[in-house]
Design a protein around this ligand. Sequence first.
Ligand code: GLA
Length: 383
Amino acid sequence: MEMKDKIREKFKTLYGTEGEVFASAGRVNLIGEHTDYNGGYVFPGAIDKGIMAEIKLNGTQKVKAFSLDYDEYVEFGLNEEDKPQQQWARYIFGVCRETIKRGGKVEGFNTVFAGDVPLGAGLSSSAALESTFAFAINELNGNKIDKFELAKIGQSTEHNYCGVNCGIMDQFASIFGQKGKLILLNCKTLEYKYYPFDPKGYKLVLIDSCVKHELASSAYNKRRQSCENAAKAIKANHPEVEYLSDAKRVWLEEVRGKISSEDFLRAEYVIGEVQRVLDVCDALERGDYEIVGEMMYQTHFGLSKLYEVSCEELDFLNDLARKCGVTGSRVMGGGFGGCTINLVKEDLYDGFLEAVKEQFPAKFGHEYKVYDVVISDGSRRVE
Ligand code: GLA
């Protein structure tokens, strides 16, 4: 049975009625990692995997929610301060509270939802969940909150209810995604541009290391703090620096002795990455995928050695990609596990996957997964 039919069936059984169906996407990011909270560029796209929810307003102040994937039911009041125990319910709770904070109307509702975006793989399953509810609540209550603000509702949910001080990339991509297009977003000005992405003769494939790091959120917040420390030190000499992405490499050099060597390395990565995104845009306009790929490898090096958000499995996959002649490869998303994103010539695709199959489980003794990427639409009402 299709996901939508399963959702509809459960909704009918639980609540005896029918609601409306909404969906939002997970995301990939071609390049521009850990640049969003530094005011830099990102280059994501929505994918054909995400979260789908059936929802109907229930005329009360209560939310009744069922997660098909966890086979769990949760109820919470819209005026309660205490967040629910279940992590998945916290996202919905947070979205409701953040909508109310922005003056939006939120009536209680019944919902059943499910997803096909792998959890903890760096594909932003949580952003897909937040965006689905932010979008649906906005539509069903007739609030006229714009799409950027909906993305910020998801982002604030992460900050205030889930302890992750994330940037705007994931929620933005999940909501703004368009079929066949990547989106270049300037995270400082919030200007964005769609780029048709159909590299002839190449495939985009994700290899999921199936590594999930428990402490990812505190390590993530620590990286962000390092960047802010570096930006602050540079600002003392160059007041125009609002975000780390405003800084030049030489300005970082000036504060070498004034910040910790760890903060220095983190900042070195970010300043390089901001430039790489722009180089990739130029290369895409010329159709030069070799340069795109080379930038991806450079990003991996930076994420692994300077930003230190890779792990043994992801470094191995990256090395193997290079050995197999894969055009570009890097760890994608926040890191500390999850996927590598690989730009592979079609005629090398089978050989690469064969090599992963032979070598990865033998070395690490656990499974991995392969996802072909289809760039798809973001938040929408499902007919
Ligand atoms: C996570 C965060 C994003 C972004 C990436 C790294 O996915 O949610 O905001 O910072 O990590 O690029």
